[in-house]
Write a protein that binds this ligand. Structure first.
Ligand SMILES: [Zn+2]
Ligand SMILES: [Zn+2]
Length: 349
């Protein structure tokens, strides 16, 4: 096959298809046959509706999709780890490889002009093949599916990083504001990391129903002006030791802070927008540690995949819609509605 189909996002809530040459891997690169390529909230917020991203979030008209997972079809000269047939998740940012951030595996934080994210500044996973740097590939354990792997490439990886950073453990109750795919990931991983009681909130009726049905949380609450009181009631008036905002909305962030227990830890991972709060009352006097956490590292992504396999956990359980590449327009329309779980583009063998 010399030509392949790929998806471009023009930025007006439409999806465009194009024909592209199948790339040939150069030195240190691999050609990955795509098997699963899921849609992230950032694709909707910063690319699909309009191209509002700047810097590392600037979309440059490339093939979209930054949650790719597939099987290596060809390797270029000089590859050291992978070979044809290997199943891989692609860490979605190719950094310069030599700065301190890259050397620590946080290619997300690389500030070199050489840095390029798949689906943002270089071709991503919404095509039959993806040209990847070998050093951005992470082996997918045999016990995990390609859809499991795609979900780890951004959303589950981001949540794993944040929950590790706040030190979530069995002594903690966990509050999750925002029960989209990232919030559901927080519930699944929070349980695996030992959280004793998990409470979640969302404004979208469809997502409340889905969260109830999946059974990943102990309490699922509509996000409104009664949420804080209900959370306090459920926690003996104390709040939760750990909270994580996955909503990216001001009200969700504020609720996460307000419902964090004194001396607790709160992480913001939901992107975009702003928030304002009474700093003394919400943060300082409650002795709260607030974390901002952006994506994860190569090392932690590999750790996550190993643990998912060991725990027998499958991120794909949060997927509500699987569509072929030819139905990418419908996939994006569903993701934009924000009432469902994860939407994933899947490829026939
Ligand atoms: Zn993402
Ligand atoms: Zn770098």
């Amino acid at each position: 096959m010399s030509s392949m189909q790929g998806v471009i996002l023009p930025g007006d809530s439409t999806v465009a298809f194009g024909a592209f040459p199948v790339p040939r891997p150069g030195c240190g690169q691999v050609l990955v046959k795509m098997k699963a390529s899921s849609i992230c909230g950032s694709d909707i917020r910063a690319i699909y509706r309009e191209h509002l991203g700047k810097g590392p979030e600037a979309y440059q008209g490339v093939i979209a999709g930054h949650e790719p997972c597939g099987q290596i079809a060809a390797v270029g000269p000089g590859c050291k780890q992978f070979t044809e047939g290997d199943r891989v998740v692609i860490y979605h940012i190719a950094g310069c490889g030599v700065c301190q951030d890259c050397k620590h595996g946080y290619m997300i934080s690389c500030r070199s002009p050489l840095r390029a994210a798949y689906g943002w500044q270089r071709d991503g996973g919404h095509a039959d093949y993806l040209l990847a740097e070998e050093n951005t590939c992470v082996r997918l354990p045999d016990g995990l599916s390609y859809v499991d792997g795609a979900l780890a490439a951004c959303g589950f990886g981001t949540v794993y990083e944040a929950l590790r950073r706040v030190g979530l453990c069995g002594a903690d109750r966990l509050l999750i504001t925002g029960l989209g795919p990232v919030g559901l990931a927080a519930a699944m991983l929070g349980r695996a990391l030992g959280a004793g009681e998990i409470i979640g909130t969302d404004t979208a009726q469809g997502r409340l129903v889905l969260a109830e049905r999946l059974g990943l949380l102990d309490s699922v609450l509509p996000a409104d002006d009664r949420s804080l009181g209900k959370i306090m009631d459920r926690t003996g008036g104390q709040g939760c030791e750990v909270s994580i905002d996955c909503s990216g909305a001001a009200a969700g962030r504020l609720l996460a802070l307000q419902a964090t227990r004194q001396w607790g830890r709160c992480a913001f991972v939901g992107e975009g927008g702003e928030v304002s709060f009474d700093v003394s009352q919400a943060l300082i006097h409650k002795q709260i540690t607030l974390y901002g956490s952006w994506v994860t590292s190569l090392r932690h992504m590999a750790d996550l995949l190993e643990r998912l396999d060991r725990w027998g956990l499958h991120p794909e359980n949060t997927v509500t819609h699987r569509l072929p590449l030819g139905e990418a327009a419908e996939a994006y329309r569903l993701a934009d509605k924000g009432q469902d779980g994860k939407i994933c583009i899947v490829f026939e063998d």
